[in-house]
Design a protein around this ligand. Structure first.
Ligand code: PGA
Length: 256
């Protein structure tokens, strides 16, 4: 038995249409009986399809969540979506600090920490994304970069122990590039992340799930999932194809 429940999450990013999303959601539901019930499964559609996700996925093997959240509770913040709104649609999870938000929309560690803490306070389970760029990796800065990203967001071990959260290690050079980290490379960074958590609190290290993300597909998922500190995967592109995403979920059936 694995210490932590495997978790397979699909980030749709800004893709799909109303009709396409409906078909994808329905196909995912049709695949439920193929995946071990001890696996947590979730999709992250664009905000405007969350209502559809709730309608189709309710009481199935799939949970749903949002790709981002505002750090503010309400008010004059044009274009933002609050935690309360996500709770209106019964989102269980929210992705925070995805590298595309950091890189393309200028989100810094402070803003991400605020979003992370807002999600925790509003009983949404945040998936905190961290990871180094290609240049940082080449300069041997991976551990320093992820430790800084973690240190800004993870402040109180007590609060973290009282709430559910997930970490996703997504090397920026592996996202959408087809160049995924090798299982050994990813395991090494995951072990560092767990060590960071252990220094905060040993229980936190034991219970926190750390996902790997970056060009995961049905072919490369299993060796990654077999690593002792890899508790699941955050999948972009391959989650847009129901068959392939179900296949990734099914890889967890082979974990002992
Ligand atoms: P990818 O995206 O699987 O398309 O590389 C992963 C992610 O950005 O979460």
């Amino acid at each position: 038995m694995r210490l932590r429940r495997p978790f397979v999450a699909g980030n749709w990013k800004m893709n799909g249409s109303r009709t396409g999303s409906l078909q994808l959601l329905q196909s995912l539901v049709a695949g439920c009986d193929q995946i071990n019930p001890n696996v947590d499964l979730a999709v992250f559609p664009p905000f405007v399809y969350l209502e559809l996700a709730e309608k189709i996925l309710n009481e199935t093997c799939w949970a749903w969540g949002a790709q981002d959240i505002s750090a503010e509770p309400n008010g004059a913040f044009t274009g933002e979506i609050s935690a309360a709104m996500l709770n209106d649609f019964h989102c269980r999870y929210v992705i925070v600090g995805h590298s595309e938000r950091r890189r393309l929309f200028g989100e810094d560690d402070q803003l991400i920490a605020k979003k992370f803490s807002t999600a925790l306070q509003e009983q949404l389970c945040p998936i905190l994304c961290i990871g180094e760029t290609e240049e940082q990796q080449a300069n041997g800065q991976t551990v320093a970069v992820i430790e800084k990203q973690l240190a800004v967001a993870l402040k109180s071990a007590k609060e973290l122990l009282e709430n559910e959260f997930v970490i996703a290690y997504e090397p920026v050079w592996a996202i959408g590039t087809g160049k995924n980290a090798s299982p050994e490379q990813a395991q090494e960074v995951h072990a560092n992340i767990r060590e960071f958590l252990n220094a905060m609190n040993p229980d936190l290290a034991l219970r926190t799930r750390i996902l790997y993300g970056g060009s995961v597909n049905a072919k490369n998922a299993l060796p990654l999932l077999k690593m002792s500190d890899i508790d699941g995967v955050l999948v972009g592109n391959a989650s847009l194809d129901a068959n392939q995403f179900i296949e990734i979920g099914k890889q967890c059936n082979y974990l002992s």
